[in-house]
Every structure is written in C-alpha cells, then in structure tokens.
Ligand binder design. Structure first.
Ligand code: NAD
Ligand code: IPM
Ligand code: MN
Length: 357
C-alpha cells in the first residue's frame, strides 16, 4: 500500500528525532512492501522564521489531504516573547483543532529493561512495570475557552475560561471506555469537581456514559489526589480519563515513571482515520542539535500511526519489538542512562533500531 504522511519536524530537537523516525518507517516500508510518501511542511517557530506565521494555511491543507501527520515538537526561547496567537505552540493547538483531533491517547508503558531509569522504589513499581493509558481531551477546556486581557478597576488583568459541553465530554469518555474494554476494564476519571463547575458536569456525563459499559469499573479522583496517587500507587490505574490541561500535566508525570519523557508516544485522533502522531515531550531547547535527544517516543508514535491510522498491527509490533531489543542490548540515550549501560546519541539509537528491523 501507499501512504501519504505530512511531516512537521518543527523546532529544537524536533528535526533530530523526526529524521530517525523516518528512517525507521522507511525500513518498515522496505520490509513489508509499503510506500510512505512524506511531504514536509512548516509549523511552529520554523514557520514563523520562514513565512512569518506559526501555522500557514498550506500546512493545514497538506495535513488534511494526507493519510496521517507526524510531528516532532514546536517552540523555544527564540519565540517566547511573541503574543498568544503568534507563538509556535499556536501551530499545535491550531492543527489539533483544524483536524478535529479531540482524543489524545498517551500510553505510559514501561519497558522492563528501563526499571533502573524509573525514579520510584522497587516496592511501588513491582516486577511488571507500568502499563496505563492517559486519555486526554484535546480540543476543548481551558486551552480553547474565551480568553483575553482587560483593564479592570484593579488595573490590567487576564483571563482564560475553562468550559466543557456535554457532547465534548461524552465523546472523549466513550473513547476512554472503549480503550478500557480492550484492557483491564477500569477507568479513572480525573477532575476538580470539588471546585470547578465544568468538572461537575464532566463527572455527571462520565457517569452517564459508564452506564453503557457495565463491565468497566469507574472511579473519580480530584486532580491533586490523582497526581499524588500516580507517584504512590501508579499501578491502580488502567485508563485515566481527563481534560485538556490536567491530561497535559499528568501525562508528563506518568512518563517519568516509565523512565523518561523521551519514552512517551502519543496519538491524536478524531472521527476519521487521519491522526497526528507525536512524542509528548517538547522541543527540549537545552539539548537541541547536540545528538542527545531520545528518539524512542517519536519512533513508537509511528507504531501508533501504523496501528490506529493504517491498521498495520504487525508492523506496529515490529517497531515496538525492535525498540525493546535495542534496550535489551543495553543501549541508552542520556535521559534513560543507568549504570553498566552503553550511552548512545540520537542518530546511533535510530540506527540501532533500524538494524533490529
Ligand atoms: P520539554 O519537554 O521540551 O523538555 C523538558 C525536559 O525534558 C528538558 O530537560 C529536556 O531536555 C528533556 N527532554 C524532553 N524531550 C527529551 C528527549 N526526547 N530526550 C531527552 N530529553 C528530553 O519541555 P519544556 O522545556 O517545558 O518546553 C520546551 C519548549 O517545547 C517550549 O517552547 C514548549 O512550549 C514546547 N513544547 C512543545 C511540545 C510539542 O510540540 N508537542 C510539547 C511540550 C512543550
Ligand atoms: C503537549 C504540549 C502542548 C500542550 C503545548 C506545547 C501547546 O505541552 O503536547 O503536551 O500543552 O498540549
Ligand atoms: Mn505537554
């Protein structure tokens, strides 16, 4: 088969990790007889520098016309002085919205080889590591509510509103319950219903949706407790269902349990097969261009692309197995390095994974 992929390297370590991911996908194509056609497009700081805006119309068009989108990361200190809509991050938010990608799937799965990179004690993490999924609502909540700056009686003020509609909660809750049905049949919905009105609506809708999934156990946690539970007892979780901002924060936290933020892939999905695939981490300006970035999250994001957008399960598993084998051989980038292992750079890690395929 022939698949078209819009590729957004972006900023910072984005180009470094995307380069390795493409080599992995090329190898998959060669081995399994698929062609992956890449169209590289501009977004984020790179687009600001080239054409003066973070998300050019042409980029949205190419993404919409492609079978899926691969994104590295956007943003960096160079553009931090810019106002809200001019910032690189606006590209990411704009793409999620333009493509209708309301469901962000972030699996926090620990490779058993990375036990030593996990900062939690042995008795907390046990023998079988961590395997949970954060299902994060991605096109609503405080990220997309009414916002602005005013001059009020007390001087300058700024506001961001957090709003969810019943339908928005319903569709993301269904995604979480469907995923739970294929896993350990437990959904933990995380909100702030003791304070926020939209969280009370969220909780009520989740309870309604749960009635259609009798086999699934449902729990509700307040986000402050949820953040704490992730550290003290992460294995109680199967599927975490949460809103846009809480999901952003909790998935970074969960990623560290698996060893590093450089290990966590993501899929952003909507109603169609077109998805956007990206690591959950950012552009890591502190290590950009130094051949230090861990490309694994980007590479396993490709596995998610093959699985969710192209229904190529065997190929997806081949990528995940290749990553595991390289870790088993003891190779580590700096972020997951531990005693007795062999330190490698971004390019070498990519080359090793391709080698296993
Ligand atoms: P970050 O995720 O870029 O970096 C946080 C820390 O993790 C840094 O120490 C970094 O070196 C390390 N890190 C991240 N990815 C790594 C990898 N693959 N390998 C090894 N180490 C890695 O978060 P930040 O510093 O808060 O943000 C930097 C920029 O990225 C900001 O402009 C932010 O807005 C942007 N950002 C973009 C995305 C995205 O494009 N999806 C996501 C998060 C942040
Ligand atoms: C992420 C990032 C983005 C988010 C930013 C860069 C807009 O942190 O993808 O996790 O908050 O969604
Ligand atoms: Mn984030």
């Amino acid at each position: 088969m022939n698949y078209t992929i819009a590729v957004i390297p972006g900023d910072g370590i984005g180009p470094d990790i995307v380069e390795q991911a493409k080599l992995v996908l090329d190898k998959i194509g060669e081995k399994y007889g698929h062609t992956f056609d890449y169209t590289e497009v501009l977004a984020g700081g790179a687009a600001i520098d080239a054409v003066g805006e973070p998300l050019p119309e042409a980029t949205i068009k190419v993404c919409k016309e492609s079978d899926s989108v691969l994104l590295g990361a956007v943003g960096g200190p160079k553009w931090d002085h810019l106002g809200g809509d001019q910032r690189p991050e606006k590209a990411l938010l704009g793409l999620r919205s333009a493509l209708g990608l309301f469901a962000n799937i972030r699996p926090a799965t620990m490779f058993k080889q990375l036990r030593d990179a996990c900062p939690l004690k042995e008795e907390i993490i046990g023998d079988d590591g961590l395997d949970l999924v954060v299902v994060r609502e991605l096109t609503g909540g405080i990220y997309f509510g009414k916002r602005g700056r005013d001059h009020g009686p007390n001087g300058e003020e700024a506001y961001d509103t957090m709003m969810y509609s019943v339908d928005e909660v319903k569709r993301i809750a269904k995604v979480a319950f469907d995923i739970a049905m294929k896993r350990n049949k437990k959904v933990t919905s995380i909100d702030k219903a003791n304070v926020l009105e939209n969280s009370r609506l969220w909780r009520a809708v989740v309870e309604e949706v749960a009635k259609d999934y009798k086999e699934v156990t449902v729990e509700h946690l307040y986000v402050d407790n949820g953040a704490m539970q992730l550290v003290i007892n992460p294995k109680q979780f199967d599927v975490i269902l949460t809103g846009n901002m809480f999901g952003d924060i909790l998935s970074d936290e969960a990623s560290m349990i698996t060893g590093s933020i450089g290990m966590l892939p993501s899929a952003s999905l909507g109603e169609s097969k077109l998805g956007m695939y990206e690591p959950i981490h950012g552009s890591a300006p502190d290590i950009a261009g130094m051949d230090k970035a861990n490309p694994i999250a980007t590479i396993t994001s490709l596995a998610m692309m093959l699985r969710y957008s192209f229904d190529l399960e065997e190929e997806a598993l081949a990528i995940e197995k290749a990553v595991e084998e390289v870790l088993e051989d003891g190779y580590r980038t700096g972020d997951i390095m531990s005693k007795g292992m062999t330190l490698v750079g971004t390019k070498e890690m990519g080359r090793l994974i391709v080698g296993k395929l």
